[in-house]
Write a protein that binds this ligand. Sequence first.
Ligand code: PLP
Length: 394
Amino acid sequence: MNTIYFDNNATTCVAPEVRDAMLPFFDSLYGNPSSMHAFGGQVMRYVNEARERIAAFLHADPSEIIFTSCGTESDNYAIRGTAEVFGTQNLKIITSRVEHPAVLGPCRRLKEMGAKLIEIPVDSHGNLDLDAYQEALRGSETKLVTIMWANNETGVIFPIKQIAELAKAAGAIVHTDAVQVAGKIPLDMRDVPVDMLSISGHKLHAPKGIGIFFVRKGTRLRTQQIGGHQESGRRGGTENVPYIVGMAKACELAEATMAEATERERRLRDKLEKGLLATCPDARVNGDSENRLANTLNISFEYIEGEAITYHMSDLGICVSTGSACASGSLEPSHVIRAMGVPFTAVHGSVRFSLSRYTTEEEVDYVLREMPGVIRKLRSLSPFGKGDKLPVEL
Ligand code: PLP
């Protein structure tokens, strides 16, 4: 059975061009870039070239690019590195309720340690409550704003330029988790006044295990990964040269294909969305219909569990993800879908489709043929029928 892959917000395939660009660095060019001898030293040239390419991708200066291992490391660096500058007792952080755990986790840990944390809500379309954000900035002095550029579950895009401008006017340092936007929309650091930005390679057809951390010149930050002098002393650890080279190639490819890919993905995503809404009763889209990444569709099928849908789809070779996470035997609905106030009957039945530039029309057609049958079957098995015997939420 072929794999029909609709889970590109979770991870993507490595582009063949990226794999090819990496291969020499496993084989002939395996030296340590920090070595004094020529065999190792020559490799530093490729690290520097990669840094320059990635800086160009972000319209930033090469000195503002730090290589990390993943998006999570970049997010942790931004939040904990800022906390170390100010101390947790003097720290007020503003974030949103719908951040990835890589941001919410460190923020909540700092709250336990004495920091003040404000989590801004979203509306029923998943858009950030800008009034609540401005109100939060008006109070005592905010040291750090960390708000994502686009949400991984719904694809809803936040107005990061406006968010950053408001934060800067209030004297705060601004970080954004750009993991889901990198390679999907243009990122221009000359135009968006964030101080720090996180990217993950495996979301844009580079391998798992490489991240980017943009830190604008002059930003106050304490190094987190303490070790050697690599990355100008800002991230110890021998450089992951093959992955750094692969990351640069992935950014170059994303830039070259972005306009065309976005248009195609939007057309295919809209076809999928319209088709599912037309053939599956009691389905509703989660997330703003316009203000959303072109590749993402989060859709709830009422009265059934997203997990069950995912398993049945998997049997058909279709990979999607669900908005619930199985935690200690109970199905916890996603904090993102819950924050949007999605009705109880729909919150558990959310499924995320995420496309990539490799998604084909045939794959969309296959889902449209198979999915209505899966939903009908699960509904016929559901103890809650179609809503007449719904459990009361406690
Ligand atoms: N931030 C967002 C918005 C994400 O979607 C993810 C991964 O799903 C991460 C951070 C973490 O990235 P990584 O898997 O590279 O640690």
